[in-house]
Design a protein around this ligand. Structure first.
Ligand code: PEP
Ligand code: MN
Length: 342
């Protein structure tokens, strides 16, 4: 349940309501918007009298939340959350661009990718150091050495690092090198890992599971948030369907559904959805137009020799060209939106 406070509710009135909830042993999550303050209740509220709360000074209404996820729901934060990663706000006015190779392969490779991604105007360098591969015989990543190379390339170019973590035991080391942890599609329901990244407080890029519903995905986000880490960005990366022309099917409707149901920012990964370079541009432009907050795209200095996902990685020049088109659509949409508000 959430308690919506009146627009003119005083600090004292907000505190009084929180105190009553705490006295009932309930968890309290305060969300202060520009207009409205919302108090979310977590825990067993069976002993709480809704009508007594509704009659307290400053309270406008008590609204039940029907979903299993609460903190991740739109009701808890109607104006939407922004996730700050080293001074850059994902979900804010500026469109988020992440780019880099599927896997970190060598210092030269990641440096070259980083300079290209920076030239395109991206804010984040991606690259897998730990690669959870379908086959145990495929390249598994450079591991901690990969993190170090990512950090070096990001520092040389002024980018932020986003990279996948696959186990709770590695988070302390990963936090030394990464600005944002990626939870991959295969680990979306690894609940111990979700809780551990929740405790770490490090911003999280939570990919949608290969065959997960939007509700299961938001429940996964709730695991992270219930540990006190609200810095989550969702990433739609395609789901498994009967279609074989593409590697996965990009569920573009997930952008609209998530925007309606959740307060969390959402970005799109067209690379793992398409699986083919030729389709990346079209899916990227569609994602921006659908209202995504950003894109994460695989970029390799020489995709033909990439040790993983060779068919879907863009060359530096095609990423730079694509970024220009993406920004053109994004700024057109922003100016339409601001005209509509006038
Ligand atoms: C990746 O981003 O390199 C990756 C493995 O993605 P996903 O978890 O979406 O398959
Ligand atoms: Mn990949």
């Amino acid at each position: 349940m959430i308690i919506v406070m009146k627009k003119n509710a005083t600090e004292q009135e907000i505190n009084n309501v929180q105190q009553v909830l705490k006295d009932h042993g309930l968890g309290v999550h305060l969300s202060k918007g520009t207009d409205t303050t919302i108090i979310g209740i977590i825990g067993d509220k069976s002993k709480l009298c809704d009508t007594c709360i509704e009659s307290m000074d400053g309270v406008q209404s008590c609204v039940p939340i029907m979903h299993s996820y609460k903190l991740a729901s739109r009701d808890m934060c109607p104006e939407g959350r922004k996730v700050n990663v080293k001074g850059f706000e994902i979900g804010g006015e500026e469109f988020t661009m992440m780019g880099g190779p599927c896997a970190v392969e060598s210092e030269d490779q990641i440096m070259e990718a980083a300079y290209a991604v920076k030239e395109a105007g991206a804010q984040f360098l991606r690259g897998g150091a730990y690669k959870p591969r379908t086959s145990p015989y495929s390249f598994q990543g450079l591991e901690d050495e990969g993190f170090k190379l990512l950090r070096k390339a990001a520092d040389a170019t002024g980018l932020r690092v986003v990279s996948e973590v696959i186990s709770e035991n590695q988070l302390d080391i990963a936090a030394k090198y990464c600005d944002m942890f990626q939870i991959g599609a295969r680990n979306m329901q690894n609940f111990r890992l979700l809780k551990a990244v929740g405790k770490s407080g490090v911003p999280v890029l939570l990919k949608r599971g290969i065959a997960s519903s939007i509700e299961e995905w938001l429940d996964a986000a709730e695991y992270v948030m219930s540990e006190g880490n609200y810095n989550i960005v969702l990433c739609e990366r395609g789901i498994r369907t009967f279609e074989t022309a593409t590697r996965n099917t990009l569920d573009i409707s997930a952008v609209a559904v998530v925007k309606e149901r959740s307060s969390l920012p959402i970005i799109v990964d067209p690379s793992h959805a398409a699986g083919k370079r030729a389709y990346i541009e079209s899916l990227s432009l569609a994602s921006v137009a659908a209202g995504a907050d950003g894109l994460i795209i695989e970029v390799h200095p020489n995709p033909k020799v990439a040790v993983s996902d060779s068919a879907q990685q863009l060359t530096p020049s095609s990423y730079i060209d694509l970024a220009k088109k993406v920004r053109a659509i994004h700024s057109t949409m922003m100016s339409f939106n601001s005209d509509l508000q006038k």
